[in-house]
Write a protein that binds this ligand. Structure first.
Ligand code: TXD
Length: 312
């Protein structure tokens, strides 16, 4: 039987993910959104593209969760963007409510699914999904690292004028300005970029990667990135749906790995049919380790703010 993926939130990221999944014929796709007509309209439009593409999956849109029953994966992209005058805590509160209710409704229909959380602030929203689902950490993954690494890989390929196929870029940490690109583990055809570029060029790439989301927002003005995020979600879904045992950077709840505990943070993860299969522990230098600890502290602060807000 074909696999099934539900995407909650039929906005830019959700709909573009549906597009990638359907075009690759990876799974039947269900789009859920609160706005009437939008998930149905986008799903039908996409379904009508598939005869041309030659893909036999079905794409369904809905405002409720009945049709999401027995999904293998549920991707949560539902949320509101930050509006003028809204504080970070206001956004945190609103999106925590949205992610919380979406998680509850989705896992009721698909108690064995794997959750891929996308809504920002990412690492904190993963914790909300964990609390609402009660799922073990193997089945709650946050998407950020694949995107951040893809951005870094794109910048490395552009700088060195090499194929993106030859580039591997390593990014750890939370999804924010404090993320931790690791040049020592970023390679071109197996050679660390530290042997291929001077320190100033690497520093520029690292900085552009950390600010990658903001660069797109500044250009688009009315929204944030969605092509690369959607392709990154598709990569995680592919590893799970096809049980690839593929190592991808994901936000997962650490249990002592990297000296961190009870916190979602981006680390290299082996993904397969059951979700998280193993965490890869990279040997970090003292500086890299300190950067990861700083990034974790920023995530912890958000999760604590969330506790204070929802407890209020
Ligand atoms: O790396 C990452 N993790 C990210 C995260 C990369 C890109 C985008 N990132 C975040 O994903 C972004 O900051 C947002 O929090 C989400 C979704 O981004 P997108 O660009 O898709 O936002 P849209 O286009 O505004 O879509 C959000 C949709 C929209 O259609 C709303 O109607 C819907 O979410 N929405 C809901 N759907 C279902 N249920 C509820 N309650 C709901 N509330 C809003």
């Amino acid at each position: 039987m074909r696999k099934k993926v539900t995407i909650v939130g039929a906005g830019n990221v959700g709909a573009t993910t549906a597009h990638w999944l359907a075009a690759k014929e990876l799974a039947d796709v269900v789009l859920v959104d609160v706005v009437e007509g939008v998930p149905q309209g986008k799903a039908l439009d996409l379904q009508e593209a598939l005869p041309v593409e030659g893909s036999d999956v079905t794409v369904t849109g809905s405002n409720d969760y009945d049709v999401t029953k027995d999904s293998d994966i549920v991707v949560i992209t539902a949320g509101l963007p930050r509006k003028p005058g809204m504080s970070r805590d206001d956004l945190l509160k609103v999106n925590a409510q949205i992610v919380g209710s979406a998680t509850e409704a989705a896992v009721k229909q698909s108690p064995n699914c794997i959750l891929i959380v996308v809504t920002n602030p990412l690492d904190a929203m993963c914790e909300v999904a964990r609390q609402k689902s009660g799922f073990p950490r193997e089945r709650i993954l946050g998407m950020a690292g694949v995107l951040d690494s893809a951005r870094m890989a794109a910048f490395i390929a552009m700088e060195l004028k090499v194929s993106v196929d030859n580039v591997y870029a390593a990014v750890l940490g939370g999804h924010g300005d404090q993320m931790v690109p690791v040049p020592r583990y970023s390679t071109v055809a197996g050679v660390p970029i530290t042997e291929l570029m001077d320190a100033a060029t690497i520093a520029k790439i690292v900085d552009r990667t950390a600010k990658g989301g903001g660069e797109i927002v500044a250009l688009l003005k009315t929204g944030s990135a969605y092509y690369a995020p959607a392709r990154a979600i598709t990569e995680m879904a592919d590893a799970i749906l096809r049980d690839k045992h593929k190592i991808l950077p994901c936000a997962v709840r650490l249990n002592g790995e990297y000296g961190l505990r009870d916190l979602f943070i981006g680390v290299p993860c082996k993904l397969g049919a059951g979700g998280l299969e193993a965490i890869v522990q990279l040997k970090l230098t003292a500086d890299e380790s300190a950067a990861l600890t700083r990034s974790a502290a920023a995530v912890k602060e958000l999760v604590e703010a969330l506790g204070a807000i929802s407890g209020a």
